[in-house]
Design a protein around this ligand. Structure first.
Ligand code: FAD
Length: 116
C-alpha cells in the first residue's frame, strides 16, 4: 500500500483503533477486579475525548451517553464494544457484525480454522 507511510486518514486510524479496542476486550479478564473495571471505564471515557477524529469522537461521546460501557466481564465488554462498532458501521453504510462471534474474530480465531 503506497499510502502506508503517510499520515493516517480517518479510515486507517479507525482500522488501527478498532484493532486496539477489540484486542483490549479480548485480553480483559473474565472476572476483572474493581480497579480493572474502573481503569477500563475511565479509559473508554478518556479515549472518547482524545480520539483524533473529532466528528468521530463527538458521535462516540453521544453513544456513551446512551449506552453506558459495560465492564463487568470480558464478554460483557466485548459485546458492548461490538455494539458501539456496529453503530458506526450503520452510520457509514457498512454491514452489521454478528456480535455473538466477536471472540472468534478477536480472541480465539474462527471455529472453521481460518486463522490456524
Ligand atoms: P473497520 O470498521 O475499521 O473494522 C475492522 C474490522 O473489524 C473489520 O474488518 C471486521 O473484521 C471487524 N468488525 C467490524 N465490525 C465489527 C464489530 N461490530 N465488532 C467487532 N468487530 C467488527 N469513520 C468515519 O468516516 N466517520 C466516523 O464518524 C467514524 N467514527 C469512528 C468512531 C470510532 C470510535 C472509531 C474507532 C472509528 C470510527 N471511524 C469513523 C472509522 C471507521 O469505523 C472504520 O474504522 C473505517 O471506515 C475503516 O473501515 P473498515 O471497513 O476497514 O473496517
Amino acid at each position: 500500500d503506497p499510502r502506508s507511510n503517510c499520515p493516517p486518514d480517518a479510515e486507517a486510524l479507525g482500522r488501527g483503533t478498532w484493532t486496539l479496542l477489540h484486542s483490549i476486550a479480548a485480553t480483559y479478564p473474565d472476572v476483572p477486579s474493581k480497579s480493572q473495571q474502573s481503569d477500563l471505564f475511565s479509559f473508554v471515557k478518556l479515549f472518547s475525548r482524545l480520539y483524533p477524529c473529532w466528528v468521530c469522537a463527538e458521535d462516540f461521546q453521544t453513544y456513551l451517553g446512551k449506552e453506558v460501557p459495560r465492564v463487568q466481564s470480558r464478554d460483557e465488554f466485548g459485546i458492548w464494544l461490538c455494539g458501539a462498532h456496529n453503530e458506526v458501521n450503520a452510520k457509514l453504510g457498512k454491514p452489521q457484525f454478528d456480535c455473538s462471534r466477536w471472540q472468534e474474530r478477536w480472541r480465539t480465531g474462527w471455529k472453521d480454522g481460518r486463522c490456524d
